[in-house]
Write a protein that binds this ligand. Structure first.
Ligand code: SF4
Length: 384
């Protein structure tokens, strides 16, 4: 058994543990564990500094979860875009592929609670169905492995999935959506990295929410993935009491960049059942973005998004930088709230009829004279 597996076995993972280690009332502990399973591995547990701190809030259940039971358990309506149980196919050229329901820590804010932690929700047949679905859909060029946490499966199982995907010619990139570098960095082993290297291009998106999670162990795990050739990005979730503070977010994103992790998204918290106490006003997210942009390297500035309720996908939100127009001039403000004027390029208004005509002609002209044949991949003249 590898170290990470041994550590998993020592997790806090029952109502009884909550009673014995944290003094929960037994009835409450059982109710919360039934609502959404508890699991905190010893590494993540060691990051807690005091009860109710930003680490605690993410992993230790709270009675307030029980007060929020009328909310949806699938606010992003993923099931509607799920042609087979393990696949969500929402965007034209990419799919989310759920390969396990297990995680090394069950985040209390998880948006996929309806599937996560329940081992009956994803099985090996469904994984095969997922591979078959992707193989049958040539438009899918990007596969995001998720769950649960895809690094909860063994290296052997993960390699079988990766090699099956690599046999599909139209799959260009594979992404691993894993919280392991943050919550159980011991999972990132030389053996795992050596295996992953065989299936590039593989991108890793991880999930740090607070600077206290940027430990030497996490830094080492991220460096190993980067050394193995995986660009590593981060998706944080904005949460009340955890990171709804511009200085905390600035520190987190600067630390991530030092750890060779590129900030990618800050998510506005979803409306998932049992998690609404984490939600913050959108104003807070915009205020944080305002304090990041211009105040630190552009590389450390992620995109703030709302994953639209009902399945509309990610919608980016930006503070207001365009203040208005004055004739042909655009009135802008910079990160210091200084006002600037930019003279825009004047455009000739085109009659609608002409636009259609021009587009049509351009398309005709753009027909290639040469193309590669399927067989030889050589350039050949196109016969019309
Ligand atoms: S690691 Fe991801 S899938 Fe697992 S509980 Fe946390 S947020 Fe949910």
């Amino acid at each position: 058994m590898e170290l990470w597996q041994e550590m998993l076995r020592q997790s806090v993972d029952s109502g009884k543990d909550l009673v014995e280690r944290f003094g929960f009332d037994k009835e409450l502990a059982d109710k919360l564990n039934k609502l959404f399973h508890i699991r905190v591995n010893p590494y993540y547990l060691s990051l807690i500094r005091y009860p109710g701190d930003p680490i605690w809030l993410q992993c230790i259940p709270d009675a307030i979860e029980l007060e929020d039971q009328n909310a949806s358990d699938d606010p992003l309506n993923e099931e509607a875009d799920s042609p087979v149980p393990s696949i969500t196919h929402r965007y034209p050229d990419r799919v989310l592929f759920l390969v396990t329901s297990q995680c090394s820590m069950y985040c209390r804010f998880c948006t996929r609670k309806r599937k996560v932690s329940d081992s009956t929700k994803i099985n090996s047949k469904w994984i095969q169905d997922g591979v078959d679905y992707i193989a049958a859909h040539p438009e899918v060029r990007d596969v995001v492995l998720s769950g649960g946490d895809p690094l909860m499966v063994t290296d052997y199982v993960l390699e079988r999935i990766l090699s099956s995907l690599r046999e599909i010619p139209h799959v260009e990139i594979i992404r691993l959506g894993t919280k392991m570098p943050c919550v159980l960095p011991q999972r990132i082993t030389p053996k795992l990295c050596k295996m992953i290297k065989k299936y590039h291009p593989i991108y890793v998106n991880t999930h740090f929410n607070h600077p206290w999670e940027c430990t030497p162990e996490a830094e080492k795990a991220c460096a190993m993935l980067a050394d193995a050739g995986c660009p590593v990005g981060n998706q944080a979730v904005l949460m009340k009491g955890v990171n709804d503070d511009a200085d905390v977010m600035l520190e987190l994103h600067r630390k991530l960049l030092k750890m060779r992790v590129r900030p990618y998204y800050i998510y506005q918290a979803d409306l998932t059942k049992g998690t609404n106490h984490f939600r913050t006003p959108v104003r807070k997210g915009l205020e944080i973005m305002d304090k990041l942009r211009g105040h630190t390297s552009g590389l450390a500035v992620p995109t703030y998004v709302i994953d639209a309720p009902g399945g509309g996908g990610k919608i980016p939100l930006l503070p207001q930088y365009v203040l208005g127009r004055n004739g042909n001039d655009i009135i802008l403000r910079n990160f210091k709230y200084e006002i600037y004027t930019y003279p825009d390029v004047q455009e000739e208004p085109a009659a609608p009829q002409q636009v259609v005509e021009t587009k049509y002609r351009r398309r005709r002209k753009a027909q290639p004279a040469y193309a590669r044949t399927k067989e030889s991949r050589e350039l050949e003249p196109v016969t019309k």
